[in-house]
Design a protein around this ligand. Structure first.
Ligand code: ATP
Length: 367
């Protein structure tokens, strides 16, 4: 099957006065597994339904393999969609649910038989063909919904929170299955989720949406390592930020003055936003906690801290530490009970300069 691209160009959609999608520009490459990630109400499902043809945009273009499909009705788009609720026919067997789209398209019965059998085999449900949906587990129903969609051989597969009805263990298993199926079929797939772990573990690339605006598009690693703002940074993980007033900037470093801490000199590493205030941002795993009297290696940026609380999470311990006026999260591995820091203990935090990102600050005035 030919792999196709999907492109949204300057797409806007409003419900009355409510602008739900604002100037969306995304290009999804042929064969890509692409996630739309964002909080509830950010417009993910609206965008997916628009690609399927169930919603109509007010402005912009929607291109499938380079051709504008804005005015093509849903059934002529060759796009398959799996709904969050699965939307299976309760009175039909698994076999008839999967064969439904082929019967509707009036395919010869031998082809219906062949294609239905192979779709069921693909999702590992051949032995359940005679059952009704209510005689299946959630994960099995989800596979029927997938088989029913891929049996018609769409050029694009749309998945609206397909795993949200499953418990955590099954969700992890199903997302692996989904990814392996997508890889075997090579079908361009767009996947809506509000679960960052789901998006990060499966997507080739993803777009983070907030209030109908695309905040950033990129690979999971790029979004985690180089978020463009604090919304993206915190949506794909935990990010510490120290906001400060810019005191100097040149091509190689930016200095900011942070209240109750002092001046920090941060090497330029990637894009530096404009503005008089910036947020020095760093992930919890990039920090090291040392006793307060440690000799301070000039290759690190050192911050004073007081341990507030700790949580043992098995593979690491998460510490909450006050530094200046800010609460900082630091993750540390391999602490024995003896080495564990206690609440109230004075410590020094070592920050690796290359791991610090400069992001726009939320405040324009400090103090
Ligand atoms: N048919 C509709 N009529 C009017 N407003 C709508 C309609 N469908 C969605 N909206 C509004 O559009 C916005 C985006 O909704 P959408 O369902 O796309 O968000 P979402 O990111 O998919 O959220 P969730 O994760 O909760 O499904 C919301 O403010 C919602 O209330």
């Amino acid at each position: 099957m030919k792999k196709v691209s999907v492109e949204c160009k300057n797409i806007c959609l409003s419900y009355g006065n409510n602008e739900v999608l604002k100037d969306i520009n995304i290009r999804i490459e042929p064969g890509e597994f692409f996630a739309l990630l964002g909080p509830s109400g950010s417009g993910k499902s609206t965008l997916l339904r628009l690609i399927a043809g169930f919603n109509q945009h007010n402005a912009g273009q929607l291109l499938l393999d380079g051709s504008d499909i804005t005015h093509t009705p849903p059934h002529k788009r060759n796009i398959g969609m799996v709904f969050q609720s699965y939307a299976l026919w309760p009175h039909l067997s698994v076999w008839d649910n999967v064969a439904f789209g082929l019967v509707e398209r009036k395919l010869p019965s031998t082809q219906i038989k062949e294609k239905t059998a192979s779709a069921l085999e693909l999702v590992g449900l051949s032995q359940f063909a005679k059952r009704r949906p209510n005689e299946l587990s959630g994960g099995q129903q989800q596979r029927v919904a997938l088989a029913r969609t891929i049996v018609i051989e769409p050029q694009v597969l749309l998945l609206d929170e397909p795993l949200s009805n499953l418990d955590k263990k099954l969700r992890i298993q199903m997302r692996r299955e989904l990814l392996s199926l997508q890889r075997r079929l090579g079908i361009t797939t767009i996947f809506v989720t509000h679960d960052q772990e789901e998006a990060m573990t499966t997507a080739d690339r993803m777009a983070v949406l907030d209030h109908g605006i695309v905040q950033q598009i990129g690979t999971p690693t790029a979004l985690f390592d180089y978020p463009v703002n604090r919304f993206v940074a915190n949506f794909v993980g935990t990010m510490n930020t120290l906001e400060g007033r810019v005191t100097a900037r040149d091509a190689s470093k930016v200095s900011i003055y942070v209240d109750a801490i002092g001046e920090l000199h941060i090497p330029v590493n990637g894009h530096v936003p404009e503005g008089d205030f910036l947020a020095a941002s760093f992930r919890p795993h990039t920090l090291q906690i040392h006793p307060a009297d440690t000799r301070q290696d000039p290759n690190f940026i050192w911050l004073p801290g007081i341990i507030e609380a700790s949580e043992f999470l098995g593979e690491f311990t998460r510490y909450q530490i006050t530094s200046g006026n800010t609460l900082i999260t630091a993750d540390q591995t391999h602490f024995s009970d003896q080495q564990k820091m206690k609440a109230g203990q004075a410590v020094t935090l070592a920050l690796t300069p290359s791991q610090i990102r400069l992001l726009p600050a939320t405040t324009t005035r400090i103090g």
